[in-house]
Design a protein around this ligand. Structure first.
Ligand code: TXA
Ligand code: MG
Length: 316
Protein backbone atom coordinates (compact mmCIF):
# COMPACT_ATOMS: atom_id res chain seq x y z
CA UNK A 1 0.00 0.00 0.00
CA UNK A 2 1.12 3.56 -0.67
CA UNK A 3 -0.62 6.77 0.26
CA UNK A 4 -2.39 8.13 -2.83
CA UNK A 5 -1.88 11.90 -3.17
CA UNK A 6 -4.84 13.97 -4.36
CA UNK A 7 -3.43 16.69 -6.62
CA UNK A 8 -5.06 19.92 -7.77
CA UNK A 9 -5.55 20.49 -11.52
CA UNK A 10 -3.21 23.50 -11.59
CA UNK A 11 0.47 24.10 -12.41
CA UNK A 12 1.63 22.84 -9.00
CA UNK A 13 -0.45 19.66 -9.21
CA UNK A 14 0.66 18.95 -12.78
CA UNK A 15 4.33 19.54 -11.88
CA UNK A 16 4.04 17.10 -8.96
CA UNK A 17 2.30 14.53 -11.19
CA UNK A 18 5.03 14.83 -13.84
CA UNK A 19 7.67 14.33 -11.13
CA UNK A 20 5.96 11.18 -9.84
CA UNK A 21 5.65 9.84 -13.41
CA UNK A 22 9.34 10.59 -14.11
CA UNK A 23 10.16 8.47 -11.07
CA UNK A 24 8.22 5.55 -12.57
CA UNK A 25 5.07 6.11 -10.48
CA UNK A 26 1.43 5.74 -11.52
CA UNK A 27 -0.77 8.85 -11.66
CA UNK A 28 -4.47 8.93 -12.55
CA UNK A 29 -5.49 11.99 -14.56
CA UNK A 30 -8.64 13.35 -16.20
CA UNK A 31 -9.24 13.08 -19.93
CA UNK A 32 -12.39 14.25 -21.72
CA UNK A 33 -13.59 10.61 -21.89
CA UNK A 34 -12.76 8.95 -18.54
CA UNK A 35 -9.93 9.17 -15.99
CA UNK A 36 -6.79 7.35 -17.15
CA UNK A 37 -4.28 5.44 -15.02
CA UNK A 38 -1.05 6.87 -16.42
CA UNK A 39 2.49 5.55 -16.38
CA UNK A 40 5.57 5.88 -18.60
CA UNK A 41 4.79 3.69 -21.63
CA UNK A 42 8.52 3.16 -22.28
CA UNK A 43 9.27 1.47 -18.94
CA UNK A 44 8.58 -2.24 -18.52
CA UNK A 45 8.38 -2.06 -14.73
CA UNK A 46 5.92 0.84 -14.78
CA UNK A 47 3.63 -0.73 -17.35
CA UNK A 48 3.76 -4.00 -15.40
CA UNK A 49 2.57 -2.06 -12.35
CA UNK A 50 -0.38 -0.66 -14.32
CA UNK A 51 -1.59 -4.21 -15.04
CA UNK A 52 -1.02 -5.15 -11.41
CA UNK A 53 -2.87 -2.13 -9.94
CA UNK A 54 -5.91 -2.82 -12.18
CA UNK A 55 -5.78 -6.61 -11.92
CA UNK A 56 -5.83 -6.51 -15.73
CA UNK A 57 -4.91 -9.55 -17.85
CA UNK A 58 -1.50 -9.02 -19.48
CA UNK A 59 -2.74 -9.93 -22.97
CA UNK A 60 -4.97 -6.83 -23.06
CA UNK A 61 -2.79 -3.99 -24.44
CA UNK A 62 -2.79 -0.35 -23.32
CA UNK A 63 -3.40 2.92 -25.18
CA UNK A 64 -0.41 5.30 -25.36
CA UNK A 65 -1.30 8.98 -24.97
CA UNK A 66 0.65 11.71 -26.76
CA UNK A 67 0.55 15.51 -26.79
CA UNK A 68 0.19 15.81 -30.58
CA UNK A 69 0.25 14.09 -33.98
CA UNK A 70 3.98 14.71 -34.42
CA UNK A 71 4.78 12.78 -31.23
CA UNK A 72 2.40 10.02 -32.36
CA UNK A 73 4.09 9.73 -35.77
CA UNK A 74 7.37 8.93 -34.02
CA UNK A 75 5.75 5.76 -32.61
CA UNK A 76 3.59 4.39 -35.43
CA UNK A 77 3.28 4.35 -39.21
CA UNK A 78 0.57 6.72 -40.38
CA UNK A 79 -0.71 6.29 -43.92
CA UNK A 80 -2.72 9.05 -45.65
CA UNK A 81 -6.02 7.84 -44.14
CA UNK A 82 -4.62 7.73 -40.61
CA UNK A 83 -3.08 11.18 -40.95
CA UNK A 84 -6.32 12.65 -42.31
CA UNK A 85 -8.35 11.22 -39.40
CA UNK A 86 -5.79 12.37 -36.85
CA UNK A 87 -5.76 15.88 -38.31
CA UNK A 88 -9.53 16.02 -38.25
CA UNK A 89 -10.33 14.41 -34.87
CA UNK A 90 -7.26 14.92 -32.65
CA UNK A 91 -7.15 16.09 -29.98
CA UNK A 92 -10.30 14.17 -29.10
CA UNK A 93 -12.00 10.88 -28.17
CA UNK A 94 -10.47 8.78 -30.98
CA UNK A 95 -7.84 6.03 -30.60
CA UNK A 96 -6.07 4.72 -33.70
CA UNK A 97 -4.50 1.25 -33.83
CA UNK A 98 -1.58 1.45 -36.26
CA UNK A 99 1.56 -0.51 -37.20
CA UNK A 100 4.20 0.04 -34.52
CA UNK A 101 7.39 1.71 -35.74
CA UNK A 102 10.65 -0.18 -35.36
CA UNK A 103 12.55 1.23 -32.37
CA UNK A 104 9.57 3.26 -31.11
CA UNK A 105 10.64 2.49 -27.55
CA UNK A 106 7.17 1.53 -26.25
CA UNK A 107 7.36 -1.29 -23.72
CA UNK A 108 6.25 -4.62 -25.25
CA UNK A 109 4.06 -4.99 -22.15
CA UNK A 110 2.06 -1.92 -23.23
CA UNK A 111 1.42 -3.42 -26.68
CA UNK A 112 1.08 -6.98 -25.33
CA UNK A 113 3.76 -7.93 -27.85
CA UNK A 114 1.56 -7.01 -30.85
CA UNK A 115 3.03 -5.46 -34.02
CA UNK A 116 0.48 -2.63 -33.63
CA UNK A 117 0.05 0.18 -31.09
CA UNK A 118 -3.04 2.08 -29.91
CA UNK A 119 -2.49 5.86 -29.88
CA UNK A 120 -4.59 8.78 -28.70
CA UNK A 121 -4.14 12.54 -28.34
CA UNK A 122 -6.60 13.61 -25.63
CA UNK A 123 -8.32 17.00 -25.65
CA UNK A 124 -8.65 17.62 -21.89
CA UNK A 125 -6.48 20.62 -20.92
CA UNK A 126 -5.14 18.84 -17.81
CA UNK A 127 -4.18 15.74 -19.81
CA UNK A 128 -2.48 17.92 -22.42
CA UNK A 129 -0.58 19.93 -19.81
CA UNK A 130 0.51 16.72 -18.10
CA UNK A 131 1.72 15.13 -21.37
CA UNK A 132 3.70 18.29 -22.16
CA UNK A 133 5.21 18.48 -18.66
CA UNK A 134 6.08 14.76 -18.64
CA UNK A 135 7.50 14.83 -22.17
CA UNK A 136 6.90 11.19 -23.13
CA UNK A 137 4.14 8.72 -24.02
CA UNK A 138 1.80 7.80 -21.18
CA UNK A 139 0.19 4.39 -21.19
CA UNK A 140 -3.23 4.93 -19.64
CA UNK A 141 -6.07 2.46 -19.37
CA UNK A 142 -9.22 3.60 -17.60
CA UNK A 143 -8.39 4.12 -13.90
CA UNK A 144 -10.59 1.36 -12.45
CA UNK A 145 -10.07 -2.22 -11.32
CA UNK A 146 -10.33 -4.46 -14.40
CA UNK A 147 -13.91 -5.42 -15.29
CA UNK A 148 -15.54 -2.75 -13.13
CA UNK A 149 -17.22 0.56 -13.96
CA UNK A 150 -14.91 3.20 -15.53
CA UNK A 151 -14.23 6.40 -13.54
CA UNK A 152 -15.48 9.82 -14.62
CA UNK A 153 -14.60 11.63 -11.37
CA UNK A 154 -11.56 11.64 -9.08
CA UNK A 155 -13.56 10.05 -6.23
CA UNK A 156 -14.47 7.12 -8.56
CA UNK A 157 -10.73 6.57 -9.07
CA UNK A 158 -10.06 6.64 -5.32
CA UNK A 159 -12.94 4.23 -4.64
CA UNK A 160 -11.21 1.58 -6.78
CA UNK A 161 -7.48 2.33 -6.64
CA UNK A 162 -6.69 4.28 -3.45
CA UNK A 163 -3.48 2.91 -1.92
CA UNK A 164 -2.43 1.28 -5.21
CA UNK A 165 -1.31 4.38 -7.14
CA UNK A 166 0.92 7.37 -6.32
CA UNK A 167 -1.61 10.12 -7.08
CA UNK A 168 -4.77 11.30 -8.80
CA UNK A 169 -5.24 14.74 -10.33
CA UNK A 170 -8.74 15.99 -9.52
CA UNK A 171 -9.99 17.68 -12.68
CA UNK A 172 -13.72 17.36 -11.94
CA UNK A 173 -16.20 15.29 -13.98
CA UNK A 174 -15.30 14.14 -17.52
CA UNK A 175 -17.29 15.87 -20.27
CA UNK A 176 -17.70 12.97 -22.74
CA UNK A 177 -18.11 10.22 -20.14
CA UNK A 178 -17.49 7.09 -22.25
CA UNK A 179 -14.09 5.86 -23.47
CA UNK A 180 -12.60 6.78 -26.83
CA UNK A 181 -13.74 5.17 -30.06
CA UNK A 182 -11.04 2.68 -31.17
CA UNK A 183 -10.43 2.33 -34.90
CA UNK A 184 -8.11 -0.36 -36.23
CA UNK A 185 -6.24 1.02 -39.25
CA UNK A 186 -3.53 -1.61 -39.71
CA UNK A 187 -5.60 -2.92 -42.64
CA UNK A 188 -9.19 -2.26 -43.71
CA UNK A 189 -10.74 0.10 -41.11
CA UNK A 190 -12.32 -1.88 -38.24
CA UNK A 191 -14.34 -0.52 -35.34
CA UNK A 192 -12.71 -2.15 -32.29
CA UNK A 193 -14.78 -0.23 -29.73
CA UNK A 194 -17.62 2.27 -30.16
CA UNK A 195 -16.93 5.29 -27.98
CA UNK A 196 -16.97 9.04 -27.53
CA UNK A 197 -16.57 9.86 -31.24
CA UNK A 198 -19.65 8.66 -33.12
CA UNK A 199 -18.74 6.06 -35.76
CA UNK A 200 -20.96 7.96 -38.19
CA UNK A 201 -18.42 10.84 -38.08
CA UNK A 202 -15.59 8.43 -38.94
CA UNK A 203 -17.58 6.87 -41.80
CA UNK A 204 -18.28 10.31 -43.18
CA UNK A 205 -14.60 11.29 -42.98
CA UNK A 206 -13.40 8.02 -44.56
CA UNK A 207 -16.20 7.97 -47.14
CA UNK A 208 -16.95 4.31 -46.41
CA UNK A 209 -18.79 2.03 -44.03
CA UNK A 210 -16.68 0.68 -41.17
CA UNK A 211 -16.87 -3.01 -40.30
CA UNK A 212 -17.36 -3.88 -36.64
CA UNK A 213 -15.13 -6.11 -34.59
CA UNK A 214 -11.63 -7.48 -34.71
CA UNK A 215 -10.36 -10.66 -36.22
CA UNK A 216 -10.25 -13.72 -34.04
CA UNK A 217 -6.46 -13.85 -33.81
CA UNK A 218 -6.15 -10.50 -32.08
CA UNK A 219 -7.45 -9.13 -28.83
CA UNK A 220 -10.42 -6.96 -29.59
CA UNK A 221 -11.12 -3.90 -27.45
CA UNK A 222 -12.39 -4.35 -23.90
CA UNK A 223 -14.25 -7.40 -24.21
CA UNK A 224 -13.81 -10.55 -25.96
CA UNK A 225 -14.39 -10.94 -22.24
CA UNK A 226 -17.97 -9.83 -22.53
CA UNK A 227 -18.66 -9.05 -18.84
CA UNK A 228 -17.17 -5.61 -18.17
CA UNK A 229 -18.29 -2.36 -16.55
CA UNK A 230 -19.96 -4.62 -14.01
CA UNK A 231 -21.69 -3.06 -11.01
CA UNK A 232 -22.42 -5.25 -7.97
CA UNK A 233 -26.14 -5.38 -8.85
CA UNK A 234 -27.70 -7.42 -11.69
CA UNK A 235 -28.54 -5.36 -14.77
CA UNK A 236 -31.58 -5.66 -17.10
CA UNK A 237 -31.87 -3.73 -20.39
CA UNK A 238 -34.68 -2.38 -22.60
CA UNK A 239 -36.93 -1.80 -19.58
CA UNK A 240 -40.00 0.40 -19.94
CA UNK A 241 -41.06 0.04 -16.31
CA UNK A 242 -39.49 -1.24 -13.09
CA UNK A 243 -40.24 -4.75 -11.86
CA UNK A 244 -40.61 -5.24 -8.11
CA UNK A 245 -37.40 -4.39 -6.28
CA UNK A 246 -35.64 -2.89 -9.28
CA UNK A 247 -34.00 0.54 -9.50
CA UNK A 248 -35.11 1.95 -12.88
CA UNK A 249 -32.77 4.26 -14.80
CA UNK A 250 -34.80 6.30 -17.27
CA UNK A 251 -34.07 7.94 -20.61
CA UNK A 252 -36.34 10.43 -22.37
CA UNK A 253 -39.99 9.36 -22.01
CA UNK A 254 -39.19 6.48 -19.63
CA UNK A 255 -39.04 8.10 -16.20
CA UNK A 256 -37.11 6.22 -13.54
CA UNK A 257 -35.73 6.50 -10.02
CA UNK A 258 -32.71 8.05 -11.76
CA UNK A 259 -32.36 9.21 -15.34
CA UNK A 260 -29.57 9.25 -17.94
CA UNK A 261 -31.23 12.16 -19.73
CA UNK A 262 -34.71 13.55 -19.17
CA UNK A 263 -34.73 15.09 -22.63
CA UNK A 264 -33.49 11.88 -24.30
CA UNK A 265 -30.13 13.41 -25.29
CA UNK A 266 -27.49 10.68 -25.87
CA UNK A 267 -24.61 13.14 -25.35
CA UNK A 268 -25.90 14.01 -21.87
CA UNK A 269 -26.59 10.32 -21.21
CA UNK A 270 -23.00 9.35 -22.08
CA UNK A 271 -21.58 12.03 -19.79
CA UNK A 272 -23.71 10.73 -16.90
CA UNK A 273 -23.56 6.97 -17.63
CA UNK A 274 -20.80 5.72 -15.34
CA UNK A 275 -21.76 7.99 -12.44
CA UNK A 276 -25.40 6.86 -12.69
CA UNK A 277 -24.30 3.20 -12.82
CA UNK A 278 -22.46 3.76 -9.53
CA UNK A 279 -25.39 5.63 -7.97
CA UNK A 280 -27.90 2.99 -9.05
CA UNK A 281 -25.59 0.31 -7.68
CA UNK A 282 -25.43 2.08 -4.30
CA UNK A 283 -29.24 2.46 -4.24
CA UNK A 284 -29.87 -1.15 -5.29
CA UNK A 285 -27.53 -2.62 -2.67
CA UNK A 286 -25.36 -5.75 -2.97
CA UNK A 287 -28.03 -8.24 -4.07
CA UNK A 288 -29.99 -5.57 -5.95
CA UNK A 289 -31.22 -5.19 -9.50
CA UNK A 290 -30.97 -2.26 -11.92
CA UNK A 291 -33.10 -1.83 -15.07
CA UNK A 292 -32.20 0.56 -17.90
CA UNK A 293 -34.63 2.19 -20.32
CA UNK A 294 -33.93 1.63 -24.06
CA UNK A 295 -31.51 4.01 -25.81
CA UNK A 296 -31.50 4.42 -29.62
CA UNK A 297 -28.55 2.67 -31.33
CA UNK A 298 -27.05 5.72 -33.05
CA UNK A 299 -24.42 8.36 -32.33
CA UNK A 300 -23.22 8.05 -28.74
CA UNK A 301 -26.09 5.61 -28.15
CA UNK A 302 -23.89 2.91 -29.71
CA UNK A 303 -21.17 3.42 -27.09
CA UNK A 304 -23.73 3.60 -24.25
CA UNK A 305 -25.50 0.39 -25.36
CA UNK A 306 -22.14 -1.39 -25.75
CA UNK A 307 -21.24 -0.54 -22.13
CA UNK A 308 -24.70 -1.46 -20.84
CA UNK A 309 -24.70 -4.83 -22.66
CA UNK A 310 -21.38 -5.66 -21.00
CA UNK A 311 -22.67 -4.47 -17.62
CA UNK A 312 -25.64 -6.84 -18.11
CA UNK A 313 -23.57 -9.79 -19.41
CA UNK A 314 -23.35 -12.99 -17.32
CA UNK A 315 -20.39 -12.69 -14.94
CA UNK A 316 -17.55 -15.06 -15.76
O1 TXA B 1 -10.94 6.94 -23.51
C1 TXA B 1 -10.08 6.08 -23.42
O2 TXA B 1 -9.69 5.40 -24.40
C2 TXA B 1 -9.45 5.84 -22.03
C3 TXA B 1 -8.73 7.13 -21.64
C4 TXA B 1 -8.02 7.01 -20.33
O3 TXA B 1 -7.86 7.52 -22.67
N1 TXA B 1 -8.59 4.71 -22.02
C5 TXA B 1 -9.06 3.44 -22.12
O4 TXA B 1 -8.09 2.46 -22.02
O5 TXA B 1 -10.22 3.18 -22.25
P1 TXA B 1 -8.41 0.91 -21.77
O6 TXA B 1 -7.08 0.28 -21.53
O7 TXA B 1 -9.42 0.75 -20.72
O8 TXA B 1 -8.91 0.43 -23.15
C6 TXA B 1 -7.97 0.28 -24.20
C7 TXA B 1 -8.45 -0.72 -25.19
C8 TXA B 1 -8.33 -2.13 -24.69
O9 TXA B 1 -9.58 -2.74 -24.71
C9 TXA B 1 -7.40 -2.82 -25.67
O10 TXA B 1 -7.87 -4.10 -25.99
C10 TXA B 1 -7.41 -1.90 -26.87
O11 TXA B 1 -7.62 -0.62 -26.35
N2 TXA B 1 -6.10 -1.93 -27.53
C11 TXA B 1 -4.94 -1.41 -27.10
N3 TXA B 1 -3.94 -1.68 -27.96
C12 TXA B 1 -4.48 -2.41 -28.97
C13 TXA B 1 -3.97 -3.00 -30.15
N4 TXA B 1 -2.68 -2.91 -30.49
N5 TXA B 1 -4.84 -3.66 -30.94
C14 TXA B 1 -6.15 -3.76 -30.63
N6 TXA B 1 -6.70 -3.22 -29.51
C15 TXA B 1 -5.88 -2.56 -28.69
MG1 MG C 1 -11.32 0.21 -19.35
Amino acid sequence: MERTEILTADDAGIARAAELLAGGGLVAFPTETVYGLGGDARRDETTARIFEAKGRPRFNPLISHLPDLEAAEALAQFDARARALAERFWPGPLTLVLPLREGAGISPLATAGLPTVALRVPAHPVARALLTAFGGPLAAPSANPSGRVSPTRADHVLAGLSGKIAAVIDGGPCAVGVESTILGLDGEPRLLRPGGLPVEALEEALGQRIATGGDAKRPNAPGQLSSHYAPAAQVRLEARAAETGEILVGFGPVKGDLTLSDSGDPVEAAARLFHILREADALAGPAGRIAFAPIPEQGLGRAINDRLRRAAAPRG
